[in-house]
Design a protein around this ligand. Structure first.
Ligand SMILES: C[S@@+](CC[C@H](N)C(=O)[O-])C[C@H]1O[C@@H](n2cnc3c(N)ncnc32)[C@H](O)[C@@H]1O
Length: 290
């Protein structure tokens, strides 16, 4: 690794290299093999831009230098999670695709209320990103519990990125991220920072009480660190990055964790059409274990 090799004598950034088709292909193959994520040629410029930041941080001078490092034994161990954070798209929001939360409230929860007085209603967000989806679910369930005090719940959030899991654990968000949260719910579940310069909100500790966060690569052959069964699994806007074969295999693995009659939610640009899965179609993007 050359120190400051992308900075010229005047201290100016002179990194102009391009990610060649050959190097892109090598990264693309690696990404698919390690994470199951598709990286078609149209994403070459996007990957080039995202890798550039990391290459600068490491003071490297080219994409191929970074590639050689990543593909080496040492680099694989040291760099794989940083590389993953570069590659994955973690876009998420509070109340993203709100019909799912309405459906949860009006159709799913009433069915489970009686059972959830004996054992907690159990829900898993697979590919939870930085926690906005989980906390939207937590708010929905907590609101339901206000009406049905005997109802109890617990939640699991998993993701392949340690970065986003740390953010989810902190539960601190820029104030504009929660614009969509109704005022009454903001008052009940969010704490506003006093810092006028950098306005943030923090999720109240009570919402995190029943939340467990874990690292999980959905590509793993078995999910050995998940031993419980769930009433609901959310796996939204994650499958979209996988090819059809991987999608089917991930869905089949996830559905073994659903209790009979449990619900499975996918993102609105995803589909299970034509797949051999043991899930019954309820509504677009909403399924039920047979
Ligand atoms: C676009 S975000 C979706 C977040 C949230 N579910 C939502 O719909 O708002 C996709 C998430 O999937 C995660 N992811 C990508 N590949 C994964 C894999 N192989 N195993 C587990 N998580 C993965 C990413 O790290 C990212 O946080």
């Amino acid at each position: 690794m050359k120190a400051n090799s992308n900075i010229d004598v005047n201290g100016l950034d002179c990194f102009k290299a391009q990610l060649t088709e050959k190097d892109f292909e090598a990264f693309s193959k690696f990404i698919y093999g390690e994470f199951g994520i598709k990286m078609p040629p149209v994403k070459r410029i996007m990957l080039q831009g995202r890798l550039l930041k990391r290459i600068r941080e490491l003071n490297m001078s080219s994409y191929s230098e970074y590639k050689d490092y990543l593909f080496s034994k040492e680099g694989h161990q040291e760099e794989i999670f940083n590389f993953l954070n570069v590659v994955t798209t973690n876009k998420t929001d509070f109340y993203r695709e709100p019909v799912h939360f309405d459906f949860l409230k009006s159709h799913v929860l009433p069915k489970f209320t009686e059972k959830a007085t004996r054992e907690p209603f159990n829900i898993w967000s697979a590919g939870c990103s930085s926690g906005e989806e989980l906390y939207t679910i937590a708010i929905t369930l907590s609101e339901y519990k206000r009406e049905q005090p005997s109802f109890s719940f617990k939640m699991l959030g998993t993701d392949i990125s340690h970065n986003v899991l740390d953010k989810a654990a902190k539960g601190v968000y820029a104030i504009n991220k929660v614009d969509i949260v109704p005022l009454e719910l903001k008052k009940r579940y969010l704490l506003k920072s006093k810092d006028k310069e950098n306005q943030t909100v923090k999720i109240i500790p009570e919402l995190k009480n029943n939340l467990n966060l874990k690292y999980l690569n959905l590509m793993d052959t078995t999910y050995s660190n998940i031993s419980e069964k769930f009433d609901v699994v959310f796996c939204r806007n994650v499958l979209i990055y996988f090819d059809r074969f991987t999608q089917e295999s991930v869905i089949n693995k996830l559905s073994t964790y659903l209790k009979p009659g449990g619900y499975f939610f996918i993102g609105h640009s995803e589909s299970l059409t034509g797949m051999d899965v043991s899930l019954e179609h309820i509504k677009p993007t909403i399924f039920r274990k047979l």
